[in-house]
Design a protein around this ligand. Structure first.
Ligand SMILES: NC(=O)c1ccc[n+]([C@@H]2O[C@H](COP(=O)([O-])OP(=O)(O)OC[C@H]3O[C@@H](n4cnc5c(N)ncnc54)[C@H](O)[C@@H]3O)[C@@H](O)[C@H]2O)c1
Length: 452
């Protein structure tokens, strides 16, 4: 099939590459000319495992192409994906200007029937707005053309986006009527061989399904963080509790890890957007408000442990930081916990010496060059001369480090671990002061301010 994808970001580019891999002819359109030019030269704008070879292969084979020419994009595809960003507006609601701009572009240039697929995460009612916008522009143009608007939210996980798109758990398709369903089946047939993953529903339910999924996942995390905070105060170990509750199949082991708060481009903004949608309806979304509040607080957990530990002596100290991206296997820094950590440490007069396998370029882009931020090429180099180590992201390579080396390089053998990677007793036996999340002794330790 001929497919056009508007928006070449984490979602658009991965979806486009995967559709090209199964044989669809894909043309990607973006307003960012630099991004388009880079892609044509083989420079991939984001880090995602497996993405670069796929893009290179299909750009070379001709199945995948990139342009800024929106008219050519509209002409190309019978199917037009909208995969542009929906960032939070000032009040937290989803900003739909990019989605509606693409709808206008499609309507301005279409000459034949089109199926417009909304892949961006958008509030309930957006497909209605897209449909109305297209109808309005067609009316002004005085042309009558058939078109369908379909809601097809994306559930990929950054860091595993390619494999998630190649092997989706489910493909949600919201339609106004049965007309576009066959075409959607044909489009996704290559991903649907093992068993039927397509779930058809009405448009509004499809739109809400995406928010409900992300809000449920965010709720699991905030719930565990709340339990972790309680565990600390009660002298219990959240890791034991996690295993204890995960063994119940009604709860399960997935997504119940406590930590230093969720980040990324999706959970924070989607929880916020659903809160705003609810409030606009006059409904108070008590659970969602609590999920957001717990997370906002949890992001200050590591910085406040560091501040409590060093007290007045933090100013002027250098803190080693492992992990900048909001989660492993991505370079995405949007709403990352590491940003709250660094900004709080800087405010307290400390310096940060950081390493991340993929997100250092992005960190540099966000913060520029500054005296209190040094980005180094290895995790070992980050330790050199630092007062303590903080871990914000659970990259594989941080899980079994050389503790003797850490001890030798740090000024003080202190680790603040936002991802519970290590066994507290083992680290303490090696002479470390080890702060983790929800592991019994952390609060008491910080309160006693063991400045070394
Ligand atoms: N990132 C994820 O993990 C993820 C997962 C599922 C769903 N989503 C949703 O998918 C959508 C896209 O997210 P993303 O992370 O890929 O965004 P992104 O910011 O990485 O990419 C968006 C792209 O759209 C382009 N764009 C903006 N206006 C345009 C226009 N008028 N025409 C063409 N291109 C335009 C931008 O230049 C950018 O390249 C969002 O709604 C997001 O919530 C994201």
């Amino acid at each position: 099939m001929k497919v056009t994808v508007f928006g070449i970001g984490y979602v658009g580019l991965v979806q486009a590459a995967v559709l090209a891999e199964v044989g669809h002819q894909v043309l990607c359109v973006d307003v960012n000319a630099q991004r388009v030019e880079n892609l044509k030269q083989g420079i991939i704008p984001i880090y995602e495992p497996g993405l670069t070879p796929l893009v290179e292969k299909h750009f070379a084979s001709g199945y995948l192409n990139f342009t800024t020419d929106a008219a050519a994009g509209v002409q190309h595809g019978d199917v037009q994906f909208i995969a542009v960003g929906t960032p939070p507006d000032e009040d937290g609601s989803a900003d739909l200007q990019y989605v509606l701009a693409v709808a206008t572009t499609i309507a301005n240039h279409m000459e034949t029937a089109k199926v417009i697929i909304d892949k961006s995460t958008v509030p309930v009612g957006t497909a209605d707005r897209v449909k109305a916008k297209i109808a309005e522009v067609l009316k002004v143009r005085n042309v009558e053309l058939e078109f369908d608007v379909v809601s097809n939210p994306e559930f990929l996980k950054e860091g595993a986006a390619v494999s998630d798109c190649m092997r989706p758990d489910r493909i949600i398709v919201g339609t106004y009527d049965e007309r576009p369903q066959d075409l959607m089946r044909e489009l996704y047939e290559p991903f649907n061989r093992n068993h039927d993953k397509l779930i058809f529903m009405d448009v509004r339910s499809a739109e809400l399904t995406k928010y409900a999924a992300n809000c449920m996942l965010a709720t699991k995390i905030s719930f565990m963080n709340e339990m972790a905070n309680l565990a600390e105060m009660l002298g219990a170990d959240i890791e034991a509790v996690r295993k204890g509750i995960g063994s119940d199949p009604r709860i399960g082991y997935h997504f119940i890890y406590p930590g230093c708060g969720y980040g990324g481009s999706c959970f924070p903004k989607d929880v916020q957007a659903l809160i705003r949608s609810s409030e606009q309806l006059g409904y108070t979304p008590t659970i969602l408000q609590a999920v957001e509040a717990v997370n906002d607080k949890q992001k200050y957990k590591l910085p406040s442990l560091v501040q409590q530990h060093f007290g007045d002596e933090l100013a002027g100290k250098t803190i080693a930081l492992w992990g900048l991206s909001f989660k492993p296997n991505t370079d995405d820094m949007r709403e990352a916990s590491s940003r709250v950590l660094m900004e709080t440490l800087w405010q307290a007069g400390a310096k940060v010496q950081a390493y991340d396998p993929e997100a250092m370029e992005e960190t540099q882009r966000i913060y520029g060059v500054r005296d209190d931020l040094t980005l180094v090429g290895t995790k070992e180099a980050a330790l050199k001369g630092a007062a303590a180590l903080v871990i914000c992201t659970e990259w594989q390579q941080f899980r079994a480090p050389d503790f003797d080396l850490i001890k030798a390089q740090l000024q003080h053998p202190v680790i603040f671990d936002g991802r519970n990677l290590f066994e507290p007793r083992r680290l303490e036996a090696r002479g470390f002061t080890y702060y983790a999340i929800g592991r019994g002794e952390t609060v008491a330790k910080a309160a006693s301010k063991q400045v070394l």
